[in-house]
Design a protein around this ligand. Structure first.
Ligand code: ATP
Ligand code: MG
Length: 163
C-alpha cells in the first residue's frame, strides 16, 4: 500500500506462465472453496507474460477472495482466458448477486464498499483498488464487464512479453 500511495509500485517483470500462477493462487484458497466448482478454461496457446509474479498473484487473490466473499457457497467460479494478437484477457465470473452497472467504476475506488457488502462480510474496500493499481503498473487494466443475468465478471488484461 505504501508503494502504491507513493505512486512507486516496484514492478519486477520476469517471464511468467499463466496456468501455474493461477493454480498456485487457487491452491492457496483451497480451504475456502468448500466444494465449489472452479471451471478453469484456458483455451488457446499459453500466453507468454512478462510480469511481477508476486504482484500479479496479489491482484488475482483479491479477485478470487471477492468471488468467494460475495457469492453464495456452492456456486461455481468460471475462469476463462481469451487471446487476440497483442492482447490477452483473463475473465473471472462468479455467480453472486452482482454489481449494478452504476457502480462498476466506483468499486475500484479506495475504501469504497457497497452497502450490501458492509452488511455481509468485513473488509476494507482496498482489494479492487490494489488489484487495478497492479494491473496499471504493468501497463494493463482491470474492469467489470456485463455477464448476462447474475454474477459479476472481472476482466484483467495480461502483461504479455511484447506489450
Ligand atoms: P477488502 O478487499 O479490502 O477486504 P472489500 O472486498 O470490501 O474489502 P474490494 O475488494 O475493493 O473491497 O471491493 C469493493 C466492493 O466491491 C466490495 O465491498 C463489494 O461491495 C463489491 N464487490 C467486489 N467484488 C464483488 C463481487 N465479486 N461480487 C459482488 N460485489 C463485489
Ligand atoms: Mg475484496
Amino acid at each position: 500500500m505504501s508503494q502504491i500511495d507513493a505512486g512507486k509500485l516496484r514492478v519486477e517483470r520476469r517471464p511468467l506462465q499463466l496456468r501455474p500462477l493461477l493454480e498456485s493462487v487457487l491452491h492457496s484458497f483451497e480451504s475456502r472453496l468448500e466444494g465449489r466448482t472452479v471451471n478453469l478454461e484456458l483455451a488457446g496457446p499459453e500466453p507468454h507474460m512478462l510480469a511481477d509474479a508476486e504482484l500479479l498473484s496479489l491482484a488475482l487473490r483479491q479477485l478470487i477472495d471477492n468471488a468467494l466473499k460475495y457469492s453464495p457457497p456452492g456456486t461455481p467460479l468460471d475462469i476463462t482466458f481469451q487471446s487476440t494478437p497483442g492482447r490477452a484477457i483473463l475473465r473471472l465470473h462468479d455467480h453472486g448477486a452482482g454489481i449494478p452497472e452504476r457502480d462498476w467504476e466506483r468499486v475500484f475506488d479506495k475504501y469504497y464498499r457497497r452497502e450490501s457488502a458492509r452488511r455481509l462480510v468485513p473488509g476494507t474496500g482496498l482489494g479492487l483498488y490494489i488489484a487495478r493499481e497492479i494491473a496499471r503498473a504493468h501497463g494493463q487494466d482491470l474492469w467489470i464487464e456485463s455477464a448476462g443475468p447474475g454474477g459479476t465478471q472481472f476482466c484483467l488484461s495480461l502483461p504479455l512479453e511484447n506489450s
